[in-house]
Design a binder for this molecule. Structure first.
Ligand SMILES: [Zn+2]
Length: 433
């Protein structure tokens, strides 16, 4: 984990960090990049929760636009989710189709999650040997037919296999029971929020704690929104259950009370909750119960957000924020007195550790990849959605004033973003475990 902020000289060769020395220790020859007084050099961000939706739904995003947006946001490694692509990454053949689709398209390094769906237990070891970093499942309908959700019965079959092969299970933790299923249109955010109560998350997390304990499977809760579940997670962690959790910038920045009627760009599942809930999520980050902040970048074609009717019930759920995770997290973190070290832990080191990419990624250390973001924590900017690089520009961050301007991004020593200018060719690697 990151341990200091200090003036240093970082020396790199052939894409790796070879030494970290005093600030004035500059080698002869070689290229020198000097960071401005106000700016900092941080490990390139690692985002373990990104929906690229390709192949099959490339019109929703795709590897080229996603990784371009990531580079502009200081992200140098992303891990792609196994659903929304067709085929989904739930078989070895589906994984190979994904690799073929991503190859030569990526401006940053990209790894892949596999999926656990009913009946694919036999595929898990094959996919894991093939290089997926772990597996995702849903406890509620995922939104796409080709990636069905699992029940406790399915998990009782899959989890012993995951333990056997040593793979992490990441879980969309909402249970169907407490969720209202009516599809009657509504532009009222409070109505939508009430339809997906904290109980759906709390009950799902209680189930996953129980199963993780029983099967000794490593479990990670994705996009935690219900702060009510934090004490139960803390208690389980303290009792030795191998369970971790992440939350997302939108849960830490926005508040349900402030979401206008019909503003479906704010719709995601689980939903953005009340201000008071948000502050408790920050406390969960502060005490380490929640280990990281990842984007859950989940875009779709603009028309699927039903912005014209403003119907929260039937709009696609998902927030596009891949490029903005650093400034959103920092804007809110500094307001609450957190440090750059906290930020580097939440955005870089902890996500890299989750997918066993530390110390190759997420660290400024000898032997690590020379992946960096240079950014100015003091400078402010106003988000202009049309200038973001992801494919469909609708985002709830449009017009937000944020602190933290990304100046340059380096991938394995190569500059891939410089003051608004992106690299012209793709040098990202596909990361196979
Ligand atoms: Zn997601």
């Amino acid at each position: 984990m990151p341990d200091t902020v200090a003036p240093r000289s970082v020396h790199i060769r052939e894409g790796k960090i070879v030494s970290v020395t005093d600030y004035d220790d500059v080698a002869d020859g070689g290229e020198l990049v000097e960071v401005d007084d106000e700016s900092v050099l941080m490990p390139g961000l690692v985002d373990t929760h990104v929906h690229v939706n390709s192949p099959g739904r490339t019109e929703w995003e795709g590897f080229r636009s996603a990784t371009l947006a990531a580079a502009a946001g200081g992200v140098t490694t992303l891990i792609d989710m196994p659903l929304n692509s067709i085929p989904p990454t739930t078989t070895l053949a589906g994984f190979k189709a994904k690799l073929d689709d991503a190859r030569n398209e990526c401006f940053i390094d990209v790894g892949f999650w596999g999926g656990v769906v009913p009946g694919n237990t036999d595929e898990l070891a094959r996919m894991f040997s093939g290089g997926v970093v772990g597996f995702k499942c849903f406890l509620v309908p995922s939104g796409v037919d080709e990636f069905p959700h699992v029940t406790e019965e399915h998990l009782r079959e899959a989890m012993p296999e995951l333990t056997r092969i040593g793979a992490l299970l990441i879980v969309h933790a909402e249970l169907p029971g407490p969720i209202a299923t009516s599809s009657v249109a509504s532009a009222d955010y409070q109505h939508f929020l009430a339809s997906r109560p904290r109980a759906a998350e709390n009950e799902a997390i209680a189930l996953m704690i129980r199963l993780s304990r029983e099967f000794n499977t490593r479990v990670h809760i994705v996009h935690l929104s219900s702060a009510e579940a934090v004490p139960m997670l803390r208690e389980a962690q303290q009792a030795g259950v191998k369970i971790t959790a992440e939350t997302c910038p939108h849960y830490l920045h926005f508040a349900a009370e402030e979401i206008p009627a019909g503003a479906t760009e704010f719709k995601c599942c689980p939903p953005i909750r009340e201000r008071e809930n948000r502050e408790k999520l920050w406390q969960g980050l502060a005490d380490g119960t929640i280990e990281m902040i990842v984007s859950d970048h989940s875009p779709c074609p603009g028309e699927m957000k039903l912005r014209d009717s403003g119907d929260f019930v039937n709009a696609w759920g998902g927030i596009a924020s891949l490029q903005l995770r650093l400034p959103v997290a920092w804007t809110e973190a500094r307001r609450r007195g957190f440090s750059l070290l906290d930020l580097a832990k939440w955005l870089c080191a902890a996500p890299a550790t989750e997918v066993s990419l530390q110390p190759q990624k997420g660290a400024i250390a000898v032997g690590s990849d020379a992946d960096f973001v240079i950014w100015n924590p003091v400078a402010q900017f106003t988000v202009a959605a049309e200038r973001l690089h992801h494919r469909h520009k609708l985002t709830p961050y449009d017009g937000e004033v944020l602190n933290g301007v990304v100046e340059m991004t380096f991938l394995r020593g190569r500059k891939i973003y410089d003051d608004g200018q992106s690299a012209s060719s793709q040098h990202g690697h596909l990361l196979l475990r």
